[in-house]
Design a protein around this ligand. Structure first.
Ligand SMILES: CC(C)(COP(=O)(O)OP(=O)(O)OC[C@H]1O[C@@H](n2cnc3c(N)ncnc32)[C@H](O)[C@@H]1OP(=O)(O)O)[C@@H](O)C(=O)NCCC(=O)NCCS
Length: 241
């Protein structure tokens, strides 16, 4: 059975080196790894990839029931639930793994890293594209939730436990709930600096000017109907605020 799985895996990845390459990538990126063989034998994240390649193969040839059965079997073995429809690039490193959910229309680029407890989920019951798209070399910290059809740019880093509901640019670091960009290419981002204070209109001032213009119009109407009425001479633009 396992050799059948291996053949399907190769068919899905389009390369008889896919399995080996994925394991090598994981071994390279995990400082705790003791070699490629230990990754192949002991890493649930790697086993989840094998299950997924097979499920995705079945999904693509419209054997949806078989695809789902295989992915659920993989889930019970690894604690990682990847919908058969999800598209996953090469070199994905799923560290620890338990509690990960990847939705049907999620897409994951090459060489991404995902820790335990991550959700790449949807936000509603609508059909069509409803799950996130990750670029290449993206890192998603433990427990982070990325929800909806958002795009996470290449090299972006999502902090542990962040909740991301909007697109994230390439090279950004996002933390918090809801997720906010705190670093761009490693440099701190101060959102207050993005506001051009001298040109930003004061909302209170604009409201007072609007009211003054209304009063002026009313005064003009009163003056028109009752010319004898005494009214002040100044106009809305005379107000200094
Ligand atoms: C987000 C992350 C990638 C940032 O790493 P980094 O580039 O080294 O950035 P820093 O540690 O300098 O943090 C940048 C800022 O975000 C804050 N921050 C970092 N991670 C955070 C998190 N998960 N939640 C909230 N704030 C966080 C830092 O306090 C810092 O704030 P400051 O600018 O006010 O000092 C990293 O903190 C992270 O969460 N990695 C996930 C690791 C993981 O899940 N490991 C599980 C192993 S089992």
């Amino acid at each position: 059975m396992s050799s059948g799985f291996g053949l399907l895996y190769c068919a899905e990845t389009g390369s008889n080196m896919g399995l080996w390459k994925d394991a090598k990538q994981i071994a390279k990126r995990d400082p705790a790894a003791r070699g490629v063989l230990s990754v192949m034998l002991l890493y649930p994240g790697f086993h989840a990839l094998i299950f997924h390649r097979v499920s995705h193969f079945f999904y693509k040839i419209h054997l949806y029931g078989l695809a789902r059965w295989n992915s659920q079997f993989g889930r019970s073995c690894t604690g990682i639930e990847i919908h058969p429809g999800a598209k996953i690039g090469h070199g994905l490193f799923i560290d620890h793994g338990m509690g990960i959910v990847v939705g049907e229309t999620a897409e994951i680029g090459d060489n991404c890293t995902i820790y335990h407890g991550v959700t790449l989920g949807g936000t509603g019951h609508g059909k069509g594209k409803r799950h996130p798209t990750l670029g290449n070399d993206v890192l998603i910290g433990a427990g982070a939730k990325i929800l909806g059809p958002v795009t996470i740019g290449d090299n972006a880093r999502i902090g542990a436990n962040a909740v991301v509901l909007h697109d994230v640019p390439a090279d950004a670091t996002v933390v918090g709930v809801p997720g906010k960009v705190v670093r761009m290419q490693g440099q701190p981002v101060n959102h207050a600096d993005e506001l051009d204070h001298p040109t930003v209109e004061d909302p209170l001032e604009s409201e007072i000017r609007r009211l003054a213009r209304h009063v002026e119009a009313l005064e003009a109407a009163v003056k028109h109907q009752h010319p004898e009425t005494e009214l002040p001479e100044d106009t809305a633009d005379d107000y200094v605020i």
